[in-house]
Each structure stands twice: as C-alpha cells, then as structure tokens.
Design a protein around this ligand. Structure first.
Ligand SMILES: NC(=O)c1ccc[n+]([C@@H]2O[C@H](COP(=O)([O-])OP(=O)(O)OC[C@H]3O[C@@H](n4cnc5c(N)ncnc54)[C@H](O)[C@@H]3O)[C@@H](O)[C@H]2O)c1
Length: 299
C-alpha cells in the first residue's frame, strides 16, 4: 500500500513508520521538522523504504502532491505540545486547523481511501465526569484542545461527504522512546541528573498509554468499518498521579530525587481518564492492565 504519514518524523509518527516499513508498505513522510527529528527515520530514508518530504501541511499544493497515489493517510503533523500551542496560538491554529483542512481536502481530491486523524483528549477540556466517554462535551480548555476539536469537526464534514473515510482517534497521553519535553521524558532527565522533580499543582490524574499500543490501534484503524462511526478514545482507561509516576521512575532508576510541588499551570487539564467501552467494542482489544508497564522497557 502507498501511505502518507504527515508528522512522520515526530514521536508517534516515527514509531508508526517503523511498523509500516516492517509491513513492507511504500511510505512518504511529510514533516517540516518543527518538532520532528530526521534521525527518527534516517535509517528508513537511507534504505530507500521512506521518501521524506521536508514540507509543511500549511502549503496545500505540497500536501496534494504528497497524497497522489496514496490509499491511506495518517495525519499526525501538528503543534502537539499544549504549552507550545498556548504560547504561539497562530502556529497551532494554522497548523492544526488550516493544515488539517488542507490534508483532508488534498486526500479527498487525490482519491485517498481513508485518513486517520490523531486527535487528543485535550479536546474535552476539564472533565465533567470520569471516565470520559466520547459523548462528553468538547469544552477545550486551551488553544491546543480547541484546534484538535476544530480539526475533528472538519474530519466529520469530509467523512459525511462520503468521498473520504475518516477515523478520529482521541489519544490520551502517549509515552515511549523518542519523545521529549513532556512529563515522562522530563522526569527521566531530572532523575538521571539528580535534579528535583517538579510537579505543577499536584492534583493531576493522567491516562498514560504506551506508543506500541497506539501504533497497533492505528494499524487496526486502517481497515475497521466500525471506527468510521465517530471519534474513539484511545487510552489505558486508568488514572496515574504524577507522584505515582515519579515514584515508579525513581524506583526503576534506583534513585530518590526530591519532589517539588509548584503552582498549577492554568492551561493544563487536571484530570482525565478515558472511557474505553466504545474503543473495546470497535477494536476488540484491551490495553495492558498496568498503564506504566512499558516504562521498564522504555527506560
Ligand atoms: N503524544 C501524545 O501524548 C499525544 C496525545 C494526543 C494526541 N497527539 C497527537 O498525535 C500526533 C503526533 O504527536 P507526537 O506526540 O508524535 O508529536 P510530535 O510533535 O513528535 O509530532 C508531530 C510532528 O508534526 C510535525 N509538524 C509540526 N508542524 C508541522 C507543519 N506545519 N507541517 C508539517 N509537519 C509539521 C513536527 O515536526 C513533528 O514531527 C499529533 O497530532 C498530536 O497532536 C499526541
């Protein structure tokens, strides 16, 4: 299959690309390296398994060319960082909203069969109840969540047009190797350097899910018909506090750093766990019982 992965040089995208290469597909990665790193997919580019386009999803013509002849598009390119999106709303809007629109339109015009959109639990905002099911209102709390909610709305418009199949996956907090500047990699760096671990607020409840599981789901989403019926949560269904996370990591490294609590950051959603009823019914699979199980392998 010919497949386009936007954002394929990034954290989740590059793990997906590894899997697609293993499966023997013909892959194009379009990424402007805003946060992606070429070294994540270098080996596949050198071996000729991946064509890399250092391009921008805000440029419609480039996206349209990249979609040509593709059966499937995984759309992951985004300003993926909550605080980054808050600091530069123009970039997050132009990339996550206009860019997503470009990818949808280009895919439809080029006759792509299906597009898989990486949405986020941030679209829900602060939860009115836990666990959060897909019927929960989208009360996005920050510009990242709002941009993902807007992207979803356009996905639904294209899906309803009948010309392009669109799957919307609302990912919880994904973790694994190659990620950076998010809570798990930051904690790991600080633990290794013997620095304090800073927790903002301290009331957070986070639904962590490992990147190999998310890649499995993305592959299932390429063919599953039920997945076309509306957004689907992808998470562990369990909440972890940042204190639990810090303790698990310190135990893995055999360290005992000081944990410091600072003022909460107002843009951050405090508590989220995914309701997985719809997910399990659609994909017939279940995440690991311990959401942090994969930390050991990752570390
Ligand atoms: N990591 C998570 O926990 C998580 C959770 C929910 C949703 N998501 C979504 O999953 C997707 C992948 O996330 P990730 O964690 O791998 O993030 P990432 O930042 O590592 O990957 C995103 C990629 O998009 C590229 N990009 C950014 N702007 C672009 C533009 N204008 N044109 C082309 N490429 C551009 C970046 O360079 C990067 O390689 C994103 O859409 C993100 O919003 C991630």
């Amino acid at each position: 299959m010919k497949i386009l992965v936007t954002g394929g040089a990034g954290f989740i995208g590059s793990h997906l690309v590894d899997r697609l290469v293993e499966e023997g597909h013909e892959i194009t990665v379009l990424d402007n390296l805003f946060r992606g790193r070429l070294r994540n997919i270098d080996a596949h580019i050198s071996s000729g398994h991946v064509e890399f386009l250092n391009q921008d999803i805000r440029n419609f013509d480039q996206v349209k060319k990249a979609c040509s002849g593709c059966e499937l598009v995984y759309h992951l390119a985004a300003q993926s960082n909550v605080m980054g999106a808050v600091e530069d709303m123009r970039y997050s809007f132009s990339t996550n909203v206009t860019g997503t629109f470009n990818v949808l339109l280009a895919a439809q015009e080029e006759g792509v069969r299906r597009l898989i959109f990486s949405s986020s639990r941030e679209a829900y905002g602060e939860a009115e109840y836990l666990p959060v099911d897909e019927k929960h209102p989208l009360n996005s709390k920050n510009s990242y969540g709002a941009s993902k909610a807007a992207g979803e709305k356009y996905c639904q418009v294209f899906q309803n047009s009948g010309d392009l199949e669109v799957v919307i996956l609302r990912l919880a907090n994904v973790y694994g190797p190659r990620d950076f500047n998010r809570v798990i990699p930051i904690f790991i760096e600080n633990i290794k350097r013997g620095k304090d671990i800073t927790i903002y607020g301290g009331k957070q409840l986070i639904d962590f899910i490992s990147v190999p599981f998310v890649v499995d789901v993305m592959r299932l989403a390429a063919h599953n018909r039920e997945a076309l019926s509306g957004p689907v949560n992808v998470g562990s269904g369990q909440g972890t506090t940042l204190f639990e996370l810090a303790n698990r990591l310190m135990t893995l490294f055999g360290k005992n750093n000081q944990v410091v609590v600072e003022a909460a950051r107002s843009a951050e959603v405090v508590k989220y766990t995914s309701d997985l009823k719809r997910f399990k019914a659609i994909f017939q699979t279940t995440p690991a019982g311990d959401p942090l199980e994969y930390l050991k392998e990752m570390v």
